[in-house]
Design a protein. Structure first.
Length: 342
């Protein structure tokens, strides 16, 4: 009799599906609680004949263990779900099922390339480890010119192996201009994104590693107006229609005339703040007409062709667009920063 009842309850326990908290409660009342069916069986144990009591008692204990462990497992799985909903105590622990997001620099680079792509610019690439020739000499930097030092170059070694030239980390993406013009006949219209390196102390405003996008347009009859129109259009697309733009005269060995482009500071709308150093304007690009010497250095006839070039910092543009005040955030990989761009 008793053995039959035990078998029946065992089947019921095994078949019981606990899929929510109310199932869990019912299971507890039926099988685990002090007034449950197992408790009743334990009460009846005293009526079992003495010689069989030990064996029945053992079976009953097995059943009790089965019910309790099933109950405990289910209870634990529900309490886990609850813990997930509660805020974790350690806020730096990331949610294990959260989705990743693109790095803000990746997003801004893609946007820059998209804007120029619609104006007919292709995308080109070049090496980060470069020789003095491509980073300086071909770009019309005279030997021993102070501009070479101005760029705080990381040199690797002089004349390693077969290379009869200084090897260095490129200080700008302008090296890709030279490589492109060596391999392609005009018309050339291309943008060149990449990492650049300068030996500078790391601070909120400077880093030894950052990103640029270079632009180059070489054809017949390219004018300074074409350059201004192109960058003007870029600024409006990137920062919005109300953005004001200005060009200031500047100097680069590889462009003549040269200019720097400023836009109205997006943080103070031109009124003057810490980010623009009270000027109301921030520089976003260097630019100019390709110096005829550069064209001759790569074998392009400078009496037939001319062009413009520009170079802009991706970090600077990202900082303005998203009001980020410290360059170091881009390389620290703190999820609390990165998550804000998903
Ligand atoms: N290479 C320059 C820099 O890193 C920017 C630039 C590019 C200026 C192309 C003019 C033309 O500062």
């Amino acid at each position: 009799m008793m053995q039959e009842e035990i078998k029946k309850i065992q089947d019921e326990i095994n078949a019981f599906i606990i899929s929510n908290e109310s199932d869990l409660d019912n299971f507890r009342i039926d099988f685990v609680g002090r007034k449950g069916r197992l408790a009743t069986l334990f009460d009846q144990l005293k009526n079992v004949p003495a010689e069989a009591r030990r064996e029945v008692g053992q079976t009953l204990n097995g059943l009790k263990n089965l019910a309790e462990s099933k109950f405990a497992t289910a209870q634990e799985s529900f309490s886990n779900t609850q813990a997930d909903v509660k805020a974790p105590d350690d806020l730096t622990i990331s949610d294990p099922i959260s989705q990743g997001s693109l790095h803000p620099l990746t997003m801004v680079r893609a946007r820059i390339l998209e804007i120029f792509n619609r104006m007919g610019f292709s995308v080109s690439d070049g090496p980060e480890i470069e020789t003095d020739f491509y980073n300086f000499t071909a770009l019309n930097f005279p030997a021993n010119h102070p501009a070479r030092e101005m760029q705080d170059t990381f040199f690797i070694e002089k004349g390693a192996g077969d290379i009869q030239d200084d090897v260095l980390l490129r200080t700008h993406t302008s090296n890709v201009q030279i490589r492109l013009m060596q391999h392609q006949k005009p018309p050339i219209r291309s943008v060149m994104p990449g990492r650049v390196f300068r030996n500078e102390a790391i601070s909120a405003r400077a880093h030894c590693l950052f990103h640029q996008v270079e632009g180059l347009y070489v054809d017949e009859n390219v004018s300074f107006k074409d350059l201004k129109d192109t960058l003007y259009h870029f600024a409006k697309e990137m920062f919005g229609k109300d953005t004001q733009v200005r060009f200031r005269p500047s100097y680069f060995p590889f462009t003549e005339p040269s200019a720097e482009m400023d836009i109205t500071c997006l943080l103070c709308k031109g009124e003057g703040c810490n980010v623009c150093k009270q000027a109301g304007w921030v520089e976003i690009a260097g630019a100019g007409m390709v110096d005829p010497n550069v064209l001759e250095n790569v074998g392009i006839d400078s009496t037939k062709y001319n062009g413009f070039a520009f170079g802009m910092g991706i970090e600077r543009i990202t900082m303005l667009k998203y009001q980020i005040k410290d360059l170091r955030l881009f390389t620290e990989n703190d999820v609390r920063f990165l998550k804000q761009f998903s």
